[in-house]
Design a protein around this ligand. Sequence first.
Ligand code: HEM
Length: 369
Amino acid sequence: MGLLRGLPKPRGYPWGVFAHLPRWAGEPLGLLEEGAALGPLFALGLGRPAVVGYSPEWNRRLLSDLETFRSKGSFSSLVPYLNGGIITTEAPLHRARRQELNPHFHARALGGLEARLRTALQEIRPQGVFEANRWASEVAQTALNLAYFEGQFPKAELARFLAPLKRPFPAPLWPRPLLFARVRRRAAELQARGLGLAAHLPLEEVLIGLAAGYDTTAHTLAWALWHAACHPDWHHPAGHPLLIKETLRLYPPGFIGSRRVARALEFDGIFIPQGALALYSPYLTHRHPDLWQNPLVFDPARFEGRIPAWGYLPFGGGERICLGMHFAQMVLGVALSLFGPLEPLRGDPQPKPGLTLAPRGALWLRTVQ
Ligand code: HEM
């Protein structure tokens, strides 16, 4: 860690660049919060030197310079589901590939999908008591299936493919060559039949989109439903966009983003060597009292005012901003709009880290009427 001199470090084991691995594996949010209390930039030993920052300036620098902050060798490279396609495409190729993909995910392009999604979700809308996490997972799978394959991908097969993303570590990290090969074959069949987005995208982008869009959307929806029940003042069509924004502020599923430093740099007087990990944290940024008043209070009204530049990034930012952002927002809006009043029965909405942030416990709700 000598190379990251000048940076504070949270408590760790005296193991040099491995100092924080056990805490990272066991309680990453506690570790991040402890580091954040030491300063806007801190160091961790995660098998190699890592720099974590949460200031708007750090977020902007990391997310705007794709030549210095590379994706290959970051945490996503460790996850077979996320190790490929646009996610591991580096600058300068990344821009051209995004230009090919973006038109399919613009709000305009998704217009036709919205009505079909509404119909599909109406069929699975719960009546009476239901558990929000379970239903939200079904919604995310239904929406992805509809968008990519016009709903023709066998449901159970899709569920089996996506399930490990929601399991605790190390399940999301295991290679599953047979499962992946089966899913690729099935997706190729549907692609050849000219179905949905799959017909217009390279196969690897289809698999990456399914994986990147599943647990992220499902967890956000579960939280949004819970908060729609707890804050009925915001549970109406005009309130939903702000309710969703506030949900993503307090519980950004992508709580940590990582890059590998391809060329040494200086930031705020600190020398960051080539090969280091550089991390940004929507979770820390969104909960920082310098940027957000009463950051731990759930208050959608805060989005009626100005949002701090580079201080709100549930979908990342810059050229690597989430490809599925409009799609996810559309799914969340349609799903919430299916419900009249909701009653929160019992649940634990505190965030629990896995591959993404998830609600810690079951969230039981009841439809009223
Ligand atoms: C609420 C739901 C979602 C959240 C919170 C979310 C969050 C994010 C974040 C934070 C990033 C940037 C990661 C980084 O900087 O390292 C990202 C990238 C990405 N997301 Fe999402 N995402 C969501 C839904 C989706 C959906 C539905 C899809 C696909 C249909 C998707 C596809 C992608 C892809 C392909 C990238 C990589 C983009 C690139 O590297 O150019 N996401 N997402």
